[in-house]
Design a protein around this ligand. Structure first.
Ligand SMILES: NC(=O)c1ccc[n+]([C@@H]2O[C@H](COP(=O)([O-])OP(=O)(O)OC[C@H]3O[C@@H](n4cnc5c(N)ncnc54)[C@H](O)[C@@H]3O)[C@@H](O)[C@H]2O)c1
Length: 257
């Protein structure tokens, strides 16, 4: 039990990677505040988790700073402290570069980028006030550094998120608060099972994945648990890629005649 007595907050926890992360943090002994914008799905997830008093649910929209501040405050009032903040909530609309509207760009940046910033700020402020170590984990993506023109707002938001990670890491290091990122490859969640895979094509993704398969949400959750634990006590500022080898692949392409 790597995380006994720790209190964690996970956003976007109603399904997918967020939910798998909650399950893993609970298994490691943490108490978890589960949060999502989808109240019905969140309530259902809490029922299915069947984790009694070790779970507390808070509906919040990470695009709103006031909601994120309220979420961190709720964790403290319910469990007395916050040790781990996982900024996981995100959206990934698939739209051609030239078709991205002002509204869509704003929404993606509000949730994925500003949401992570608000989460880091609220959790960091509280952790500093508590005067004990803490860990903030941002759910990035391989798209933070790869160029897929069908998900430009998403890629831009995750690139910016990596800088939330590195700047917050330096800001909070004097307080022994670590800030790290996790960059999944393609994980078969509802986000990916829909438009994402269809637009990219199964083969387009798998032919770029040396391990030859999609990842499981539990394989991301395992890395989150490691990063949240003292096993990662000297890691801060970095984003760790968990992608079946996709990001480092540098292989041949057909030569144009
Ligand atoms: N699945 C992948 O292949 C993959 C790859 C790289 C990164 N990621 C990242 O992992 C995270 C989780 O992805 P997933 O695949 O589990 O997605 P998902 O769509 O299955 O789950 C995302 C959750 O976030 C919630 N959410 C959306 N907007 C929100 C908001 N404004 N406030 C609070 N909650 C909100 C949704 O209701 C949902 O429960 C995202 O940040 C995503 O970008 C996923």
């Amino acid at each position: 039990m790597k995380l006994a007595k720790k209190v964690a907050v996970v956003t976007g926890a109603a399904r997918g990677i967020g939910r798998a992360t909650v399950e893993r943090l609970l298994a490691e002994g943490a108490r978890v505040v589960v949060s999502d914008i989808d109240a019905d799905r969140l309530a259902n997830t809490v029922l299915e988790l069947d984790a009694g008093e070790t779970v507390h649910a808070v509906v919040a929209d990470v695009a709103k700073k006031s909601d994120v501040d309220r979420l961190v405050a709720a964790a403290v009032s319910h469990f007395g402290t916050i040790d781990i903040m996982v900024n996981n909530a995100g959206i990934a609309p698939v739209v051609d570069f030239l078709d991205v509207t002002e509204e869509l760009l704003g929404r993606v940046l509000d949730i994925n980028l500003k949401g992570a910033f608000y989460g880091a700020q609220a959790a960091g402020r509280q952790m500093i006030a508590q005067g004990k170590p803490g860990v903030i984990i941002n759910m990035s993506s391989i798209n933070s550094g790869l160029a897929n023109p069908n998900v430009a707002p998403y890629a831009i938001s995750k690139g910016g998120m990596n800088q939330v990670t590195s700047t917050a890491a330096v800001a909070f290091a004097p307080h022994n608060i670590r800030v790290v990122g996790v960059g999944p490859g393609t994980i078969m969640t509802e986000m990916v099972a829909g438009a994402f895979v269809n637009s990219a094509g199964n083969n387009a993704i798998l032919s770029r994945t040396p391990l030859g398969r999609y990842g499981e949400a539990s394989e991301i959750a395992a890395v989150v648990a490691f990063l949240a634990s003292d096993d990662a006590s000297y890691m801060t500022g970095e984003t760790v890629y968990v992608d079946g080898g996709r990001r480092v692949l540098n292989y041949v392409v057909p030569v144009r005649s």
